[in-house]
Write a protein that binds this ligand. Sequence first.
Ligand SMILES: Cc1cc2nc3c(=O)[nH]c(=O)nc-3n(C[C@H](O)[C@H](O)[C@H](O)COP(=O)(O)OP(=O)(O)OC[C@H]3O[C@@H](n4cnc5c(N)ncnc54)[C@H](O)[C@@H]3O)c2cc1C
Length: 511
Amino acid sequence: MVDQAWWYFIFEKAHEVGGTWRDNIYPGCSSDVPMAFFTLSTELRNWKESHGSQQDIYEYWVSLVKKYSLYDHIILNRKVTLAKWDDVAQEYDILTEDTVTGEQSRSTADILISAIGVLETPRLPTIPGLDGFKGEMFHSARWNPDVDLRGKRVGVVGNAASATQFVPCITEDPTVQVVQFCRTPNWLLPPIRKDYSLLRRRLFDLIPVLKRLLRWTVYFRFEMMYFGTFANGFIRNQLTKMATRYIKANAPEKYHDRLIPTFPLGCKRVIFDTNYLEALHRSNLKINYDGIATISDTGILTQKEEHIPLDVLILATGFAADVFPLSIYGKSKSIQQYFDEKKGPQAYLGTVFPGFPNFFTILGPNAGTGHTSVLFTNEVQINYILQVIQPILDNQISSVEVDVGATDAYNEELQSRLEKSVFAHCVSWYRFGGKGKITNAFPAAASVFWLWLRKPNWRHYNVVSPDRWLEKRLLRQRRQRFFWTLALGDVMVALRPPWRNSVLGWCIAFR
Ligand SMILES: Cc1cc2nc3c(=O)[nH]c(=O)nc-3n(C[C@H](O)[C@H](O)[C@H](O)COP(=O)(O)OP(=O)(O)OC[C@H]3O[C@@H](n4cnc5c(N)ncnc54)[C@H](O)[C@@H]3O)c2cc1C
């Protein structure tokens, strides 16, 4: 925990905490990672279902903010609009805006941490005529509960994770006529959600260690899934066959060709079915793959020149995950300018950027693994950041900045792995602009991410300190390395053995 002598504050642009789970209130919204693993490792709960609903997850986070009296540190309705590093004062100058009154304020901070999420800013499609639609229109992450869908003609654009959750819910009412406009299919695996029995919950209450055991089980299951879908072509092929069989057995035959992807399983985030395929049998749901030409004030004109009249348009078109929506300036440029220079987002260990002293980000480029709980990644990053900032909190150094060479070397290695990975075989939000560099996936198991971020490698950092702090720290690090197996890494770097590109070599290189 941060020393009490240090004051910290959190700017939140919305009226309440909760992020993803505050905003995504669409019907059927739930996690796709079991709750045993989609919670903080220090705050396990005895859940009533394997996967949490939006409401349950939202309440979980609000309860934690109350439990740790974090509201005392959170400034709600306060959006960070600009932050600039002042190299003389060794601090960030931060500009914020009250999202209710528009009033601007200035603050300063020695350390700045961005936790703005990655699936936060809705991505609106660039379809001609979108603004001219006269009916009700909203993005799935900004669901408008005041719009009554009963008896309406509803167009849904998109068929990925969010749409496959809410389409089965809204089509339960036969008076809601839905046309779903799809571009590319997604791999769907059989449902994994289940309710827990009262007996089981009692048992988990009586023997709390069961919660911990379940968490570890889920963790290892996801690691195995990584080896199955991402790392091993043979197992991936078996899973692909299983998913194909599942889609064929559950979806109407007329849609089979459309619903079975041609890209490999794992290239996009795999979706666990939530009755979507079953819902496709309903007469009030149609899927349309004709492509959208334009949007008129009364509906959608397809590329086959069919006009489909609509009362409501729901955009389930995902999030802008390849831009940095915060204006943060380091020594000479903004994060976005740095990304543009590098032809897409990049960071060192998904957490720090060269030229941006004392700035850290959670869920930065290539931090998420695409197959596990994002909260695991978040915790790993938080532990790492706490170690890097400790000397600043102890007043031993005034700033810390990652080295340009270390960042570039890390990213070259990452990208050479990613180019050969399953993520390179389709258009997805894991990639810059959908088709470019893979910037939102980590090319190894979550355990590797943990291993790399377990301890900072101070050789990859520069610091500003009154005495020779870094030299002393490096000496200590070298001594530790000598006594532990990590010395092997130096041998590997020096001798460049042929196995250096194996998983083992790779783990050691970035330890
Ligand atoms: C529908 C949905 C389901 C998901 N399910 C899963 C799942 O099952 N498993 C999984 O691992 N991941 C899942 N994710 C990914 C999910 O985003 C993360 O798991 C997690 O909730 C991210 O938390 P976060 O705090 O990093 O970001 P967020 O929850 O996005 O929170 C970011 C916060 O920053 C605030 N903010 C943004 N910009 C500013 C600014 N300029 N100034 C001040 N405040 C700002 C936002 O208002 C928000 O409150 C899901 C995402 C979505 C959209």
